[in-house]
Design a protein. Structure first.
Length: 623
């Protein structure tokens, strides 16, 4: 049975809706409304911008002036948070998987992220390639070799003995757990909610727009909505700043190797951030963003080429066997790994604070940025296809990359190769691995190029997203605003490095976790709002009517004709129609498609012709 509505004939059933529904359109027949067909007036949101800007700039000044105070405050807050609220991060990630499984594999999965007849803009291969590029960045290089190696030498508490065959597979499973289904389910949640809200419900591209079915337009356009968008901005700033900080640490290691200089100090890292920041500013204001995007595509190709290179010249036979074994071990250990919490004791809490909780906070902080990016490239997909591809395709690619990098690093450790004893940082393990493979004199330069481009493109893309968030959903925000948020990100990254002292990662981890905790609450409420929104979708209404109509028809056919009956469509007796028990006039189903002008005043609209009653014409549709 098709979910597409057939248009009623002239003089047909739509006449019965006059005066009952907005624009005389039954809620089950609305084909969807993309945001660009709405009449929005974009401008900088003075409240969201000013409040967030004051908070962030004050934090940066405090961090640069007194990094010791920030470090002490962050450590104190982190200790309290990881003990008392660490469960919240874990619960949020578990619920993201559960909600996306329900959305993707229930009848809600038939709903399109766009109008009923809208087709996807990108082919599936290009779609997956862009999606993969959005969610990896430097993390794959920083943690790909070092995390499995760390888990192999020192496995998670209450699991297996280190440096054993069991530890090899546990290390793979734990790494896949951190980089697999959980983060991509969270990204898919926010991406699907934004895409549905903007491209089917016609709302501006803001995180707060997702909450309209739960709190109504008045609250989400008021203080509550602004609070949600401010929390999304802060989470994105800190999450992306952590990425920039990791980039700087790794680039510093590369510069040290290439130049032969001593260990990179915080001053060196600040200089690296400043130099790359100039590249970001040039990209943001000079109009060469398209060129940077092409560069980004080259970057992704180089990343995959490096993975294939290590696979071919590394311990290929081991990797071929480790790949399926690691995946099955991950599936087998998924629930036990999810179950780890404070109740497992202090050792588990210490492990989670350094690994799992940091990752969950990092991914949660990244969800507004990655979610908005994934939403933009996924128009026209059904929720089922979106869920399956967005969650599983990047997960499989990252599992492959971590198996190749991690398995190779562990093999070098087993062989006693210098630099793989577990005492080195993640950035050192990466360069040591490539130096012990063929072409070791060339690959450091390729890695530096890839890392630098990842830094600039991440800063560029995230800044545009934050510009949109602070401009009432404007898809092309002011360039100066974009540069401002980019500089703020870099300022936070510098503060994170300064507050970490010698252990630069501690500053990144502490501040990322603290910034993500409030937004995890936003994500949990978003899940409720998103599902509620979907359950009032025109397609969902049609399927509800269809099920009721068929059930009623079968019962009546058996009552009146026994085995000899067929189904026809005609006016039903009162109380026996398909929508007899469905209040189709409820505001829950009708309020959202009432069209308005730029000032929010109701204007009549003809869905068949696309004409506004006040004569408004969309400039983008004129010849």
């Amino acid at each position: 049975m098709s979910d597409k509505p057939s248009q009623p004939p002239q003089g047909g059933s739509r006449q019965t809706t006059v005066g009952i529904y907005p624009h005389d359109m039954h809620p089950g027949l609305v084909p969807g409304i993309p945001v660009e067909e709405q009449r929005n007036r974009f401008a900088v949101d003075k409240i969201i911008f000013s409040v967030t800007a004051v908070l962030i700039v004050s934090f940066i000044i405090w961090g640069v002036w007194r990094p010791d105070q920030v470090s002490e405050a962050a450590s104190t807050g982190f200790s309290w948070a990881i003990t008392n609220a660490g469960w919240l991060l874990n619960f949020t990630m578990i619920m993201a998987i559960a909600v996306m499984a329900y959305v993707g594999f229930s009848k809600l999965g038939r709903i399109k992220l766009g109008k009923d007849d809208e087709e996807p803009e990108f082919r599936r291969f290009s779609w997956v390639a862009m999606m993969f590029g959005a969610g990896i960045g430097v993390g794959l290089f920083f943690y790909g070799p070092s995390e499995p190696l760390s888990h192999y030498i020192t496995p998670p508490p209450h699991t297996v003995d280190g440096n054993s065959v069991e530890a090899l597979h546990q290390a793979m499973a734990q790494s896949h757990f951190h980089w697999g289904l959980s983060p991509w389910a969270a990204y898919a949640l926010v991406g699907a909610a934004i895409a549905y809200s903007s491209y089917r419900r016609g709302r501006v591209t803001l995180i707060s727009s997702i909450f309209k079915p739960l709190f109504g337009s008045r609250d989400t356009d008021g203080p509550l909505g602004k609070l949600i968008d401010i929390l999304a901005l802060i989470a994105t700033l800190f999450g992306t700043a952590a990425t920039l900080g990791v980039s700087a640490v790794q680039i510093g290691q590369g510069v040290e190797i290439v130049s032969g200089a001593g260990p990179a100090t915080n001053t060196t890292l600040v200089i690296i951030i400043a130099v790359l920041g100039i590249g970001f500013i040039f990209s943001a204001v000079s109009g060469v963003s398209r060129g940077v995007r092409y560069l980004s595509n080259i970057n992704i190709s180089l990343t995959l080429a490096l993975v294939v290179f290590v696979f071919v010249v590394g311990p290929t036979l081991l990797l071929l066997n480790l790949l399926p074994s690691g995946i099955l071990m991950y599936i087998n250990e998924l629930l036990p790994m999810m179950a780890k919490s404070l109740s497992w004791g202090d050792e588990t809490i210490e492990f989670q604070s350094y690994w799992t909780a940091f990752y969950w906070a990092w991914w949660i902080a990244w969800t507004p940025f990655v979610g908005m990016f994934v939403a933009r490239i996924s128009r026209g997909r059904t929720l089922r296809e979106f869920t399956v591809v967005t969650v599983f395709a990047p997960t499989l690619i990252l599992i492959l990359a971590f198996t190749v990098f991690g398995g190779t690093a562990i093999t070098f450790h087993q062989q006693g190769v210098e630099g793989f004893d577990g005492s080195e940082g993640g950035e050192a393990v990466l360069f040591a691995m490539f130096q012990n493979l063929p072409l070791g004199q060339i690959t450091p330069f390729i890695l530096l190029f890839v890392l630098a481009v990842f830094f600039i493109t991440s800063a560029d893309s995230a800044s545009v997203v934050m510009g949109t968030m602070s401009s009432k959903g404007n898809p092309t925000p002011n360039k100066l605003l974009v540069v401002f948020w980019g500089l703020c990100m870099m300022g936070i990254a510098i503060v994170m490095l300064l507050t970490g002292g010698e252990d630069v990662l501690s500053g990144l981890q502490n501040l990322t976790i603290l910034s993500a905790l409030p937004f995890s609450v936003v994500l949990l409420v978003m899940m409720v709002a998103f599902v509620k929104d979907l359950r009032s979708d025109p397609m969902f209404i049609r399927r509800t009517y269809a099920q009721t109509a068929v059930a009623n028809a079968v019962i009546r056919g058996l009552e009146e004709h026994g085995d000899d009956f067929e189904l026809t469509v005609r006016s039903a007796e009162e109380g026996r129609g398909a929508g007899a028990d469905f209040d189709s006039t409820s505001e829950r189903y009708t309020e959202w498609y009432q069209r308005t002008d730029e000032d929010g005043d109701n204007v009549d609209y003809d869905f068949d012709t696309g004409k506004w009653a006040d004569g408004y014409e969309d400039e983008s549709k004129k010849d």
